[in-house]
Design a protein around this ligand. Sequence first.
Ligand code: 5GP
Ligand code: MN
Length: 318
Amino acid sequence: MTLDTIFEEIKKAEKIVILTHESPDGDAVSSSLSVKVALKQLGKEADVIIPQCPKDFKFLPEANTIKEKSEITEYDLAISVDCSDLRRLVGSEEYFETAKTTIQIDHHSVNAMFADLNYVDPVSPACCQILIGMFEYFGIEIDKELGTCLLTGILTDTGGFQYSGVTPETFEFAAELLRKGVNISKICQKVLRNKTKSHCELVKLIYNRMEFFEDGKVVVAYIDLEDMKNANAEFGDDDGLVEIERDIEGVEVAVLLKQKEGTNGYKASLRSKENVNVSDICFLLGGGGHPRAAGCFISGNLEQAKSRILTVIKQEMK
Ligand code: 5GP
Ligand code: MN
């Protein structure tokens, strides 16, 4: 079974690196740190490399050890978490490519199976939920420190237990983590409720810029680099904007186009409410994600990006 082989590889390896997808969200950062903390229990030190880590997650155990890059060029083992495709390990793919052995643990339904050992469960609402089962199988004790990382990933990827991927096990696992002393209200305050002033400036723009299509079922807004500069916004301050669009009455598909620095295009973030599979839409444009939350890169100016995404959405909604 893959889990046994994964455990063997971890026990064998000395130099281990943990990696995750670009523009990392709560599940990505928490999964990375969870694996680091769990490996410590096995007597293994591992590097977590995240080129751009949002400041919201700096309160997590071991977050202060996150590296932007490493001086080690060849690791024995690279473990990728919460990432569906090697191309999404932007800025850290070299550590994966040069490692002697590679493992990936993920929950995206479209997954490129890009590692030597792939442990993928598309039904899990968060990569951190997969990790709980895995750590239990390895006999790793889930204490308050590890539980804090794990619950953060679950809370962020499920929008605070609200999304359709939530299973009875999600609550059972969460209950167990609370019994270990994990402070759920502190985590929610830090990663779900806390808003920066720059974020609020971007929210104002979004409300003014929402454009509706298809009888109000589709909404599109954008944020360009100039907006980010004017709002004094950093990476992470733009999180949560597309959810505002999605939650409007009658909206089925919400799109946020964020101009991407150093490219001639836009990063599209898509969310859907009930019926439309946005992962399929993004897949057609070279991206991917989950049925209700997905993304892709679209080259061109704003009008071109908007028109391209709208064409695919309209097709998919027919
Ligand atoms: P977000 O809109 O928050 O950036 O991403 C939503 C979901 O879609 C996340 O699970 C994220 O990993 C995935 N996603 C975003 N952009 C891409 C992309 O370009 N390619 C793939 N394969 N997945 C993406
Ligand atoms: Mn995830």
